[in-house]
Design a protein around this ligand. Structure first.
Ligand code: SAH
Length: 231
């Protein structure tokens, strides 16, 4: 089956699984997921699977990307912050929906590869930064929307503070390798309002700077039994 046919099959699957926002489906259709997937996994680019991207990190399955994007309710005028660039696929999908997407990744080499993909695909409304995203991006705050694609123990305070009034934050909360839940947090005059959106499984959000040696290795290991690769 061609990649184009597989992509149509995936879009139909996403519709059936509850992705009803046509702007989100359209963005998924327009971004070539094969450009974000390591070469050995090209034929799986349009399967609903989590794929390894090196450094023990993963590209989330399309259904989770679509679900989180839909939950974020992004509008054309929005300034969005993403924590955990990884392959850059989620960033790319968001870039089709928002005015500008700011994205932070702690692995410099992953970030460099993502930047190359954004340039090749002419996604010029993305702004990248290497560092600890749990502290947010103060200079660029406030953000209309914030998305975290790695699991934290709780809502990082800095991220809530950098949310505009009425803004939304979508993130997985829970222990590494344990039960995690996807939450949508709204910033309101009365304080944070939490909504549970369902069970998920993400790599952990790691606070603090990355030791240089850890970043130098360019491993692209294969996925473990649960589609994760613990380097
Ligand atoms: N959105 C990505 C999925 C990335 S997996 C995609 O579409 O491919 C989660 C990513 O979060 C990993 O790349 C990991 O290195 C990164 N990460 C973990 N903790 C982080 C932190 N504190 N700051 C920034 N990035 C972090």
């Amino acid at each position: 089956m061609s990649l184009a046919a597989r992509k149509i099959r995936l879009i139909m699957y996403l519709r059936r699984s509850g992705i009803t926002d046509t702007a989100v489906l359209d963005a998924v259709e327009r971004i070539p997921r094969e450009a974000f997937v390591p070469q050995p996994f090209l034929d799986q680019a349009y399967e609903d699977r989590t794929l390894p991207i090196g450094h023990g990190q993963t590209l989330s399955q399309p259904q989770v990307v679509a679900l989180m994007t839909q939950a974020l309710r992004v509008e054309k005028r929005h300034k969005v912050l993403e924590i955990g660039t990884g392959s850059g696929y989620q960033t790319a999908v968001l870039s089709r929906l928002a005015r500008r997407v700011y994205t932070i990744e702690r692995h410099r080499s992953l970030l460099r590869e993502a930047e190359e993909r954004f340039a090749a695909l002419r996604l010029h409304n993305t702004v990248t930064k290497a560092g600890d995203g749990s502290r947010g991006w103060k200079e660029q705050a406030p953000f209309d929307r914030i998305i975290v694609t790695a699991a934290a123990d709780d809502v990082p305070q800095a991220l809530y503070e950098q949310l505009a009034n009425g803004g939304l934050l979508v993130l997985p909360i829970g222990p590494d390798r344990g039960d995690q839940e996807l939450y949508r947090i709204s910033r309101t005059e009365e304080g944070p309002r939490r909504e549970k959106l369902g069970d998920v499984r993400f790599v952990p959000l790691i606070a603090g700077a990355l030791p240089k040696e850890e970043d130098r290795s360019r491993s692209t290991g294969s996925a473990g039994p649960r589609g994760r690769n613990l380097a």
